[in-house]
Design a protein around this ligand. Structure first.
Ligand code: CTP
Length: 418
């Protein structure tokens, strides 16, 4: 049994050349045990036939808002609510604009507006359409509304240009779907209406939480970079849990293959220095959690051209140390967050290193874990942590990263009011 077994995905197929990739996406999802139902826009049917989509989903394809048989068998409301997650692929500029503005003039847009589940969009369009201020404005609105995104990527386009706008590959979309389904996909209604989703305990209502997550990429030249294996799963889970606990959350994320957590203001950065200035801009806060695996070093200088083999052996990489974001924030005299929490990813003497880091960085808590390859923690879904403070050490059993996040936030909420 995998994480997608038995999950119900409603795939809204938009009209773009990337629509052909949804055939592979459907195959990959079904291989993993998911049920896929597809709704297609009229334009989508110009790019890929409903018959091919129906053969792969093993279900009829929904395309007409006013089809009486569909309304008799299953209305559009049930269709969108029967799913665990709605996936829009390709998410065209038109579909994104409709969704951002709440239009519902065909089946696809009506399903997206009527749903009570999360929506994951895989945009695909010409790069100028993607970069157009109107599309960027719509994407910003949708992110704020909790819509998740995977891609678009840089690449060669069917139209002969190069740049951002190419739809994420099917396996990346599968990974984003898996990660979206890891958390509660129901969209809560305001209190007093309908059933409220679980997990919102409000313990951090009115508080501001800033979280760093993922690796940083430090360029060596225009095509190479220094990086590490951090997946960002734990940091993103912390941001998500903080939002569920009612906090106002800013997540500063290095390059990861994860969707932005719903209800979280996510700022994407590449390098340690960009991460530090984004953290600065996101402060002041009540809690700062540094989960990111920040690269310790960067190139002293990077040129505009690719390093070439010279025939005289390997080039010498002249490295300089990156700023320590955690220590910089923890040591701040003015507007220091009340709780500053660091992580310590170690491969040996975990507790001893963690205690040393607590003092070296000047933070209030170190969450230490053993990331030796044999533990499967780096990149995996579980974590076994020790909470190291000046008062002592609290070791937790192996838990899902989501559960670690929830418990950690519950503890921080308590300490904040203590
Ligand atoms: N950290 C940071 N900025 C850096 C390096 C680390 O904010 N430039 C933060 C991490 O987000 C983490 C904590 O410091 O919360 C510890 O990171 P880790 O990589 O374990 O420690 P380092 O300080 O890099 O020490 P070492 O590599 O020697 O273990």
């Amino acid at each position: 049994m995998g994480p997608l077994t038995g999950k119900r995905i409603l795939l809204v197929v938009g009209g773009g050349i990337a629509a052909y990739k949804v055939l592979d996406l459907i195959r990959r999802l079904r291989e993993r045990g998911a049920h896929v139902r597809a709704a297609m826009t009229k334009a989508a049917a110009e790019f890929v036939t409903p018959l091919s989509v129906a053969s792969l989903t093993g279900d009829k394809v929904y395309d007409d808002l006013f089809s009486l048989t569909d309304e008799a068998e299953m209305g559009h409301i049930e269709l969108s609510r029967d799913a665990d997650l709605l996936v829009v692929a390709p998410a065209t500029a038109d579909l994104l604009a409709k969704l951002a503005n709440g239009l519902a003039n065909d089946l696809a847009s009506t399903l997206l507006l009527a749903t009570d589940k999360k929506v994951l969009a895989a945009p695909a369009m010409n790069l100028r359409m993607w970069l157009h201020p109107a599309t960027q404005r719509n994407v910003a609105i949708l992110r704020k509304d909790g819509v998740l995104f995977v891609g678009p990527e840089n690449g060669d386009m069917a139209c002969g240009e190069y740049g951002p706008g190419r739809m994420a590959e099917p396996l990346e979309i599968v990974a984003a779907i898996t990660s979206a389904l890891e958390s509660d996909t129901a969209i809560p209604l305001p209190p007093g209406i309908g059933a409220r989703a679980s997990g919102t305990n409000g313990t951090l209502a009115g508080k501001r939480v800033v979280v760093t997550s993922g690796p940083t990429h430090e360029p060596i030249d225009p095509v190479r970079y220094i990086a590490n294996r951090s997946s960002g799963k734990q940091g993103h889970a912390i941001a998500r849990a903080a939002a569920q606990a009612g906090a106002d959350v800013a997540l500063i994320s290095g390059p990861v293959a994860l969707p932005d957590p719903p209800g979280v203001q996510t700022i994407h950065v590449q390098t340690a220095r960009e991460m530090l200035s984004a953290v600065d801009a996101a402060l002041p806060a009540d809690i700062f959690v540094a989960t990111a695996a920040v690269a310790d070093w960067r190139m002293a200088e990077t040129g505009d051209s690719k390093l070439k083999k010279s025939g005289n052996g390997a080039p010498k990489l002249n490295l300089v140390e990156n700023p320590d974001i955690l220590a910089a924030i923890a040591r701040r005299n003015q507007a220091r967050p009340k709780l500053v929490v660091g992580f310590a990813a170690e491969t040996n003497d975990v507790l001893a290193h963690a205690r040393k880091k607590l003092d070296a960085k000047g933070c209030d808590m170190i969450v230490a874990n053993d990331v030796s390859p044999s533990t499967g923690i780096m990149g995996g879904d579980k974590n076994a942590i020790h909470i190291v403070t000046r008062e002592g050490i609290d070791s937790w059993p192996t838990l899902d990263k989501d559960e670690v996040a929830r418990r950690l936030l519950a503890r921080l909420a308590k300490e904040l009011t203590a």
